[in-house]
Design a protein around this ligand. Structure first.
Ligand SMILES: Cc1cc2nc3c(=O)[nH]c(=O)nc-3n(C[C@H](O)[C@H](O)[C@H](O)COP(=O)(O)OP(=O)(O)OC[C@H]3O[C@@H](n4cnc5c(N)ncnc54)[C@H](O)[C@@H]3O)c2cc1C
Length: 388
């Protein structure tokens, strides 16, 4: 089949090796990992060893020092191969908080080890059961006692904790009613998860995709004071700082999914013969695929535009949000067209379509839900009143 992405030749120095690496992990690998409800350890290790998950860590700390555009291409290729970046993408954007706001000694201590794979930093604990999307209401507390912070509270849907050595944690160092503004008083910590830490209970949440996510219960969990990242009380600001990169990277994953679904759909539409002709000859099958192709291509333009602005150090909040919104919608549209094209076989696990269908649906909800992006566009671009 011909390549349908006209930009597939760009960034070939990253695309090609990532594509080759991913080719070693075919549909059967992902089916087995899911059947075992396992973490794709071999896949994540191979990506780490090849340095791809350290793409955004500067070279001085042992990383690849790549642009965000190049890093986004890495994630796009992972998803386009039929794999799922959800197992490992967080390392790329989580480490940005450490890089931008960590002290020099924290960066020297952790970043080279994250880059080499000696330490895995794949978990970021923000969401709480009682507050959900309203991060400013974070209730998990961090109380300073001598040279430690004592953490108490609960988090939910915290991914990859069981496969991370260190985790970033958002907690309240000042109660909200003692803070001048609701965004103040939140802080970010680096929690060490090695050696079964005392005061932390991890309860896995079975969910729609094979995504290791968990409830966390903190009961006098201790973090050394030196593991506070940046200034106390400034954690909310630090989270916002990382959002543009996260949204652009997630958009690229959606684009990868979109092209994967389109490739699968057109191949099946051409090969499957019913009523004596390929089903793709029927416009009822052909047009939804064509329409999804238009959506994926359009979203891809916005993704490159957002990444370009980011790499030039220019404001890109609007474009990053638009890219994530359009790309998540486009991949979902392509997923739907692909599933429909496959008829009953779309539901058979061996075709991988139903797995990818479930996986791409998640992008409408996490890491950020579509409504929050629409709300950003309404308020910050279109200057309409804030709704919450
Ligand atoms: C598989 C998975 C992995 C995840 N991994 C992580 C992780 O690693 N770390 C982490 O911190 N979190 C993680 N999350 C949590 C995820 O970020 C949240 O689920 C998401 O932010 C929504 O929060 P919520 O589920 O509490 O929904 P709620 O806040 O309860 O919202 C429910 C729905 O209402 C909508 N809504 C709420 N308020 C408004 C409003 N004012 N206007 C319009 N719509 C609104 C939301 O958009 C959403 O669609 C994960 C979630 C899943 C499902």
């Amino acid at each position: 089949m011909n390549e349908i992405n006209p930009r597939a030749a760009e960034y070939a120095e990253f695309r090609k090796p990532v594509r080759e690496l991913c080719a070693q992990f075919d549909g059967r690998y992902w089916q087995q990992v899911e059947a075992d409800q396992a973490y794709p350890e071999a896949f994540v290790n191979a990506l780490t060893k090849a340095g791809w998950l350290a793409a955004l860590i500067p070279e001085q700390y042992g990383g690849g020092g790549l642009s965000l555009t190049a890093a986004s291409v890495v994630l796009e290729e992972i998803n386009r191969s039929g794999a799922n970046s959800g197992a490992c993408h967080a390392q790329m954007y989580i480490m940005g908080t450490l890089l931008r706001h960590g002290s020099e000694s924290q960066k020297n201590e952790y970043l080279p080890k994250v880059a080499s794979g000696e330490l895995r930093l794949q978990a970021f604990a923000v969401t709480e059961p009682g507050t959900g999307t309203d991060t400013t209401r974070t209730a998990t507390s961090a109380e300073r006692r001598g040279d430690r912070y004592i953490i108490n509270g609960q988090k939910v849907f915290i991914s990859r904790v069981q496969h991370s050595d260190i985790m970033l944690l958002l907690a309240r160092t000042k109660p909200i009613d003692h803070s001048a503004h609701k965004t103040e008083g939140l802080s970010i910590f680096l929690a060490d998860l090695r050696a079964q830490p005392k005061g932390l209970t991890v309860r896995p949440i079975r969910n729609m995709v094979n995504h290791e996510t968990n409830e966390l219960f903190f009961d006098n969990f201790e973090i050394p004071a030196e593991n506070l990242i940046g200034g106390e009380g400034k954690g909310f600001r630090y989270i916002l700082d990382g959002m543009n990169a996260e949204r652009i990277l997630i958009a690229a994953e959606c684009i990868g999914d979109g092209f994967w679904f389109l490739d699968k759909a057109r191949a099946y539409a051409n090969a499957r013969t019913v009523f004596g002709r390929p089903i793709g000859q029927n416009q009822g099958i052909q047009f939804p695929i064509a329409k999804a192709y238009a959506s994926v291509r359009a979203a891809d333009l916005m993704r490159y535009e957002a990444a370009r602005l980011f790499d030039q150090g220019k404001p890109c909040g609007g474009e990053a949000n638009l890219a994530k919104l359009l790309a998540a919608d486009a991949s979902w549209e392509a997923a739907n067209a692909c599933l429909q094209t496959h008829g009953g076989f779309g539901f058979a696990t061996e075709y991988d379509v139903e797995r990818k269908f479930r996986e791409t649906r998640l992008y409408q909800v996490a890491p950020v839900s579509t409504n929050m992006i629409l709300s950003y566009i309404g308020e910050h671009i279109l200057e309409m009143p804030r709704s919450f």
